[in-house]
Ligand binder design. Structure first.
Ligand code: ADP
Ligand code: MG
Length: 327
């Protein structure tokens, strides 16, 4: 492209909230044939909210059970001398206390949820973040684990008793987290229950996917979240189930993008988080959401100043239009 075309393109982009880091990026963007969206914070708002708390051993009623525990749980607790806490409240109190050590959006929603319900949270005496899996913390002297199935299995705790609850919540598109405790001095742990967070799909996400597909661009979803939740979100926005890459560990996201590109595709990766940065860097075009982390923005070739997934289409359209017209 001529310097003039490049200038027109970058200026039109900037006016529309699409910042291209230079002329070669602007030129490449029109050739993108595959858009890979990160899920959380990119297709969804990334504003998690605690929606469910379930204690294992209780029959889930199919709805949110945050506000009140079952009567059986309350009287059981009364028998042990604790007249107020239900089994659900104890699950949430331990989970929220453990998550106090984490900055993860999933964790913040659990902590906020616990505080909003007036639970007496403890500060964890020790805390360990297990990236892509969850957290391990010491709460009131016991080890508490909050995270996915792998986190529990690695600690020798069987997640199976919560399988049905987990699957139900995941089919609703929620991120369900197992809560377990290893009492001080014990060798084995116990599964206590499940907490779940939900996120909202951005209002224009489905329209963006549909416009990309109309242009002949293949759309994919990549996430560290589990397969069922990922597919539920994919379905909502119109992404093919076969185009979902779930349970991708933070350090594996860039490999996943490279694998896609090894098929000869020209991929635009769109993401917002620190763990998206390596994938943004290896993508043919890396696109960061402007409200995302600085690390993502630095690694990217394009920054979308608004939070709007439709601006992905705009970026491709600006590149296409300016370079075709003027060259
Ligand atoms: P994402 O790609 O959605 O940002 P991550 O790679 O950070 O996901 O995490 C993947 C999965 O690991 C989450 O869906 C969750 O099951 C579990 N996980 C990660 N961090 C936490 C946490 N702080 N508390 C509970 N579970 C977590
Ligand atoms: Mg994200």
């Amino acid at each position: 492209a001529t310097p003039a075309a490049t200038m027109v393109g970058t200026t039109i982009g900037a006016r529309n909230g699409v910042l291209f880091k230079g002329g070669d990026v602007l030129e490449r963007t029109k050739d993108v044939d595959t858009v890979v969206f990160d899920k959380t914070g990119t297709l969804t708002r990334g504003e998690m909210e605690l929606t469910d708390v379930v204690a294992v051993g209780e029959v889930p009623d199919g709805g949110a059970v945050v506000e009140s525990g079952s009567e059986a749980a309350a009287s059981e607790d009364a028998a042990t001398g604790d007249s107020t806490a239900t089994a659900e409240e104890e699950v949430l109190r331990l989970a929220a206390s453990a998550e106090r050590g984490s900055e993860h959006p999933l964790a913040r929603a659990v902590v906020d949820g616990g505080e909003a319900r007036g639970l007496d949270l403890s500060d964890p005496e020790s805390f360990e973040n297990v990236p892509g899996h969850g957290v391990r913390a010491t709460v009131d002297g016991d080890e508490v684990l909050v995270g996915n199935r792998k986190l529990l299995r690695d600690a020798g705790i069987d997640p199976e008793p919560a399988a049905e609850t987990m699957e139900r919540l995941e089919r609703e598109g929620k991120t369900a987290m197992l809560v377990a405790r290893v009492p001080a001095g014990a060798d084995g742990g116990e599964l206590l229950g499940v907490v779940a967070d939900a996120d909202t799909v951005k209002p224009s996400a489905a329209e963006a996917v549909s416009q990309l597909r109309e242009r002949g661009v293949d759309v994919m979803l990549i996430t560290g979240d589990n397969e069922r939740t990922a597919r539920a979100v994919a379905e909502r926005v119109g992404i093919d189930p076969g185009n979902v890459r779930a349970e991708v560990l933070p350090e594996d996201k860039s490999d996943a993008v490279e694998t896609i590109q090894d098929e000869g595709r020209k991929a635009m990766m769109v993401g917002d988080g620190v763990n998206d940065a390596p994938a943004l860097a290896v993508a043919y075009v890396g696109t960061a959401i402007g409200s995302g982390t600085d690390v993502a923005i630095e690694a990217a070739d394009v920054t979308l100043m608004r939070d709007d997934p439709l601006d992905v289409v705009k970026a491709i359209r600006v590149s296409d239009a300016t370079l075709r017209k003027i060259k």
